[in-house]
Design a protein around this ligand. Structure first.
Ligand SMILES: Cc1cc2nc3c(=O)[nH]c(=O)nc-3n(C[C@H](O)[C@H](O)[C@H](O)COP(=O)(O)OP(=O)(O)OC[C@H]3O[C@@H](n4cnc5c(N)ncnc54)[C@H](O)[C@@H]3O)c2cc1C
Length: 383
């Protein structure tokens, strides 16, 4: 296995770094405080090509493989300080755009993918409900068959991008008696009567990524909007979650690289007791642990994307990458604050925001505990 980027991939990483540092970091402390999503930055990312990167060219994308896309996301995480924007991009890509590429009909793909690549449509993946979180297949949103359509009723919450979204991938059951075998994915465009979203909820971190409810009341959706087959929602969900867990943390690799670079500058530049603080073993060991997390995380992230490209990504491999990187990003973010002392704790430094943003990854796309359950199940299935 050789995950060293090719010259082409290195050039892509360079251009992503340049784009991000020149265009995406303005006013971030204020935007984070206000909790505002920027559609303008979203559109700039689309013009640059981020939303279309792994989408095949025939659908308006650039047809990059997943390893190349992950490398681009590493570079984005390194140079874009807006963790919320990166998270919104990730949610749109892995759990909406690529499932549409995999399961969509040619008509569904033509209706949505070009606009999802050019930035004019933002998409969401809506499965979580107030009483069905980790146990996602226990959802109670119903899709009652009625002639050549389905009537959806239910409430989804904590949905990334919902307040701003144009297209909703909604999971509902066509027959609660069938349990998971009744779960079906539907494409519901904004404007469909009976679909509404709130203005969004306040949250600890990722505050520039909008999050909110999706409410469906007698929401009639034509049968041609089923994504996949009726009853195949579990397959669509599983596909989306594997990809997302394999790739969503690539940007955390870039973040951890930036944190290590900044901490090295701090270790050399900050002097106490007449010496650079890097002279103190406790500081040096913190840097060493950050480096180990970075290198291990980088390998896991690239390996998961490489496995996905080869069609060999298991739920367990995806879970390993997601679990390791989300926990690593929290620890490295805390270490970065710690090595910057009081300055690190102050909002203006932008370091406490990284802690708040990082904690979300232990919960979204399946909690760390659920990833451990998946990894254990993989081990026991092999035993
Ligand atoms: C920032 C953010 C963005 C999100 N975006 C989306 C989105 O776009 N679309 C979407 O559908 N959802 C989204 N979610 C929801 C997310 O997927 C759920 O919050 C997550 O799956 C956990 O569900 P829950 O919140 O109901 O917690 P619960 O499932 O109630 O879990 C509570 C606690 O119990 C633990 N627990 C539960 N079951 C087990 C078990 N079997 N073994 C061990 N521990 C267990 C959990 O790990 C957790 O610590 C988002 C969440 C966040 C925080």
């Amino acid at each position: 296995m050789d995950f060293d980027p090719t010259d082409e991939q290195l050039a892509l990483q360079d251009s992503v770094r340049r784009f991000a540092s020149e265009r995406l970091n303005d006013d971030l402390v204020a935007r984070d405080r206000a909790g505002g999503f920027s559609r303008k930055l979203w559109e700039e990312c689309a013009v640059f090509g981020l939303q279309g990167l792994p989408v095949p060219t025939e659908h308006g994308g650039q047809g990059a493989d997943l390893l190349t896309t992950s490398l681009a996301m590493e570079a984005l995480g390194e140079s874009c300080h807006d963790g919320g924007l990166i998270f919104s991009l990730n949610a749109h890509l892995w759990s909406a755009a690529l499932p549409l590429v995999e399961f969509g009909t040619p008509e569904q793909q033509a209706d949505h993918l070009p606009q999802m690549c050019d930035g004019s449509k933002i998409a969401v993946h809506a499965i979580t409900e107030p009483a069905a979180g980790s146990d996602a297949m226990a959802l109670t949103t119903t899709a009652r068959p009625d002639g050549d359509s389905y009537v959806l009723d239910g409430t989804k919450h904590f949905i990334t991008n919902a307040p701003e979204a144009d297209l909703f991938v909604v999971f509902a059951t066509i027959d609660p008696a069938l349990a998971w075998a009744g779960v079906t994915a539907f494409l519901v465009p904004r404007g469909t009567p009976g679909l509404s979203t709130g203005t969004g909820v306040e949250k600890m971190g990722l505050r520039t990524s909008p999050t909110g409810e999706v409410v469906l009341r007698q929401c009639r959706v034509p049968a041609r909007n089923v994504l996949g087959e009726p009853g195949s929602g579990m397959m669509v969900f599983d596909y989306a979650m594997r990809l997302e867990r394999a790739c969503i943390m690539a940007s955390a690799v870039g973040l951890m690289q930036r944190q290590l670079d900044e901490c090295l500058i701090q270790a050399e530049g900050r002097r106490q007791f007449g010496r650079p603080i890097g002279d103190f073993q406790a500081v040096g060991h913190t840097l060493a642990d950050m480096k180990v997390r970075l290198e291990a995380g980088r390998l896991l992230s690239r390996r998961a994307a490489w496995l996905a490209d080869r069609g060999e990504l298991t739920a367990s491999e995806a879970g390993i990458a997601k679990l390791f990187l989300s926990e690593a990003a929290v620890q490295s973010s805390l270490d970065t604050v710690q090595l910057h002392g009081g300055h690190g704790y102050m909002t203006e430094a932008g370091l406490e925001r990284q802690v708040r943003d990082a904690v979300g990854a232990r919960i979204y796309s399946g909690t760390s505990q659920m990833q451990r359950n998946i990894i254990t199940a993989g081990l026991r299935a092999k035993a």
